[in-house]
Design a protein around this ligand. Structure first.
Ligand code: SIN
Length: 278
């Protein structure tokens, strides 16, 4: 097995591995690369919904997303689908999965079934580098703060997806849980500080109003998405991206009108996030 950092601000390609036949040593090496580079990419994998689930389970217990449509033959696998009639794609903005949960998911494993001839790439942004690029003064300020995250405005009744009624989401009534997480977390595996706010699910700084929070949050979103913190993955059928939700954001590009893109996603459990203190 070979792990080669990709060009850009995050990511590594893992070559010479079959996700259907992972050794214990490979699992540990992949988890180390996942925590270090934020996202690992695999090519030419042959996965069914059942074997993708089995591969993901090698990295931790499965966390079934309660809002995404499920694959008919394996309801623990989520479908990430855009067809010609859909008004927009899924995940088309910077976010990290499950930050609205009190115990956010550790990682997400996305497998490409059908990809458009052009477009449909996914971008990733490195939250270690975003934090490191800040001044010492702002780092110290952020280390004392927590932020409130929610799924209600995205997946809940009357939220963004329900207003569009495109049938790709379910269980809006389960969007009840808000969560408070440190703005700078200590990554549970690498021990490194990472910025942990995101444009999709972070509502405000804990104890501040939305209005007071917005200037600071918008500044941090701008820093996170700077080109030098990002990388971009071009999908082929059989490609897998396995990203670390504590170390990266991701953004699915919606630039393939009239074409179909079908992916299968399995999400892996994480745990409580602790604050980083220098
Ligand atoms: C997601 O946000 O989970 C989907 C990412 C993608 O489809 O590239």
């Amino acid at each position: 097995m070979e792990i080669r950092p990709t060009n850009g601000g995050c990511g590594a390609e893992v070559a010479g591995v079959d996700l259907n036949a992972l050794s214990d040593a490979q699992v540990e090496a992949i988890l180390d690369a996942h925590a270090e580079y934020g996202v690992v990419f695999f090519r030419d994998q042959e996965l069914t919904p059942d074997t993708q689930l089995a591969a993901a389970e090698r990295f931790g217990p499965i966390n079934v997303n309660r809002f995404f449509s499920r694959v008919a033959t394996q309801p623990r696998v989520a479908e990430v689908l855009k067809e010609a009639h859909h008004p927009n794609n899924i995940g088309g903005g910077w976010h990290t999965d499950h930050s609205y949960d009190q115990l956010p998911a550790m990682g997400s494993m996305l497998y490409a079934i059908d990809v458009p001839a052009h477009g449909g790439d996914t971008m990733f942004a490195n939250m270690y580098k975003a934090y490191e690029s800040l001044s010492d003064g702002l780092k110290r300020t952020l280390e004392g703060l927590s932020a409130v995250h929610s799924s209600r405005h995205v997946f809940g009744p009357g939220g963004y997806h329900e207003q569009r009624r495109d049938g790709r989401y379910e269980n809006a009534e389960q969007a009840t849980q808000d969560a408070v997480h440190p703005v700078v977390i200590r990554h549970p595996r690498s021990g490194r500080p990472a910025l942990y706010v995101n444009r999709a699910f972070t509502l405000h700084i804990d104890g501040w109003t939305v209005e007071e929070s917005q200037p600071l949050l918008q500044y941090l979103y701008g820093v996170g998405g700077r080109p030098e913190h990002t990388c971009r993955f071009r999908w082929e059928r059989g490609s897998v991206a396995f990203w670390d939700n504590r170390a990266t954001w991701h953004y699915a590009l919606d630039d393939y009108p009239g074409e179909t893109r079908r992916m299968h996603r399995v999400t892996i459990d994480g745990g409580e996030l602790s604050a980083y203190a220098a």
